[in-house]
Structures are given as structure tokens and as C-alpha cells.
Design a protein around this ligand. Sequence first.
Ligand SMILES: Nc1nc2c(ncn2[C@@H]2O[C@H](COP(=O)(O)OP(=O)(O)OP(=O)(O)O)[C@@H](O)[C@H]2O)c(=O)[nH]1
Ligand SMILES: [Mg+2]
Ligand SMILES: [Zn+2]
Length: 316
Amino acid sequence: METTQGLVIRIKGAAFFVESGFGEIRCSLRGKFRLGDAPEEVLPVVGDNVLVRIEQGRGAGGTQGVIVELGIRRSILARTDPSQRKGYRILGANMDQAILVFAVKEPELNLRLLDRMLVSAACGPMDAVICVNKMDLADSRARIDESLAPYRTMGYRCVCSSALTGEGVEGLAGMLAGKLSIFAGPSGSGKSSLISRVQPGLELVVGNVSARTGKGMHTTSHFEIHRIPRGGYLGDTPGVREFGIWGVSKEKLAGYFRDFALFRAGCRFATCTHSHEPDCAVKDAVERGDVSRDRYESYLRILETVSDERNMKRPW
Ligand SMILES: Nc1nc2c(ncn2[C@@H]2O[C@H](COP(=O)(O)OP(=O)(O)OP(=O)(O)O)[C@@H](O)[C@H]2O)c(=O)[nH]1
Ligand SMILES: [Mg+2]
Ligand SMILES: [Zn+2]
């Protein structure tokens, strides 16, 4: 019986496509998978390392196999499940970085959504790159710079780009070599357009932005990663409308806000959630202007939606 190691690059219905030394293998699942001593069964996702049993050699339908083992994940990008069937949804595994793509407008720049996605990336854990696309539509570059300033101060890499003019595309391409990167963000922000610019030949389907709502039309329908010639993989994802934080407790949330980090030690209570407590150094920093009020607002909004540590349900 022949087995090989591989990487899940695409999932379509019940078919898992795995890249391996044998080329691309179309796989089914052997059955139940658990990660470590996790009680709950988990399914492979894009980016997972798997062990495949080869069932059938190169025939008309290509190589086929069965996934028999699932490797431990070094990172995941997860969100709450909008349909609430399971409570959460794992978008992908083992990613090194998330390229968070937002448009200057069409759709409107939504920094509160960015803040949520930054928390999930940090929780991953994975790096995040902030990409503001459609710069060709910007009325004022200075305003965009002002919006990005707090993020630059926190040490996030920020790219201003245009898939139309090519601005920022080289810089972005340089950040992708040798890494597994996932492009994520609102529908219509230009993720597929940018990837096609960065990696000509991928020919991803690009959609329109609705003239009526100013929002994207959810063109990309599944997550798939593509190998890039400079080494590494690029993943395009379906646009998100909302992004619920999953897997982060009230107690841990502030730890994912880099701009709070310098101040947290100064709070009177070690368990301070920086909301209602007295003598909170984070709140003081907001008052002084050392932490942006918008970021603090994002934090409070997220805090309301996440559970206490003791009520956290993590499948592993
Ligand atoms: N003016 C301008 N339009 C852009 C730019 N990038 C993308 N677009 C347009 O924006 C629309 C949406 O682009 P897509 O690449 O499909 O956006 P997406 O983020 O992949 O959207 P989903 O797949 O729905 O999540 C298309 O009409 C693109 O031509 C840009 O930099 N400038
Ligand atoms: Mg797309
Ligand atoms: Zn505090």
C-alpha cells in the first residue's frame, strides 16, 4: 500500500485536492479525524498537511486517494459561523500571513472590520499585512495615510495598491515569496484582481461591485491556494460581510491589540478588561491620545461579543 504526504489546496464538495510528489491527487476522506487529544472530530481544510493512501494510479481520472491522517496545525484562520450550524468555521490552516484587502471605496473602507480580522490573524497565529486597494479612486491620499498611521505605529506592514494602475503590486509580490499567504477582506475589495496582477496566469474570476449597494457581489466562491513560482502559496478567499471573532476570550482579547500592549501592565487589576474597571491604564492612554479612540471602540465592540475564559468552548 502506497502512501504519500501532501497539502490540501482545494476542496470541492466531498472532494479534497491534495498536492503531492505524485502531482495533484483527488481524495476522499477515510472517516473521523481528531487533532491531538481533541474530543471533537475535525475535517481537513485548505492548507492542511495530510497523509494520503494512493488508491488508483494515473488513469483517465488522474491519481485518486484517501486522506488517512491529518497533521497538527501550526495556525488557523477561524471566524464564527454566520449560519451558526457549528459555532465556528475554519477558513484555512498553516498560513504564514493574511493579506487583509480593503478598498478605499466601493466598498467603503471599513476599519472596524479590519480590527476584527487583525485579532483573528494574531490569534491564528499568523502575520498580517494591511492592503488598501483601489488607490486610483482615492479623493485624498493624505486621509488614507492618516487612517493607516496607527497601524503603521503598531508595526503592521501597510500597502497602498491599485490593481488598475499597478501601484503597490511589486511591493506586495515581494512579501509573498516563500510563504503561505491568504488574501481576505470584504467582497469587491479587489482580492482576486490583485492576485491576478501579482501572479499573472492564475486567471481568477473577477466580479463587479453593485452600483446600487456599492458592495461586492461575492464572486469568489471557495478558498483555493495556488503555488507561486517564487516559492510559497497564495490563497484567494470569498469576500466576507461580517467577521465574528471565534476562539478568543474576554480575558485574552486585549492581548491581540498590539497598541494596548505597552499600557496593560499599568492597570490596577491584573484581570482588567479595560472596560468598566477603575484605574485602567489603557483607558488613560485613550484619553491622552496614545491609543486611537477608534481602535478602543473596536475593542469594546468585540469584547461584548466574546465569552469569558471559563465559558469558552474550543474543540482543541
Ligand atoms: N478602480 C479599481 N477597481 C478595482 C481595483 N481592483 C479591483 N477593482 C474592481 O473591483 C471589482 C471587484 O474586484 P474583485 O477582484 O472581483 O474583488 P474580490 O475582492 O475578489 O471580490 P469577491 O470575490 O466577491 O470577494 C471588479 O470590478 C474589479 O475590476 C482597483 O485597484 N481599482
Ligand atoms: Mg474574488
Ligand atoms: Zn485596563
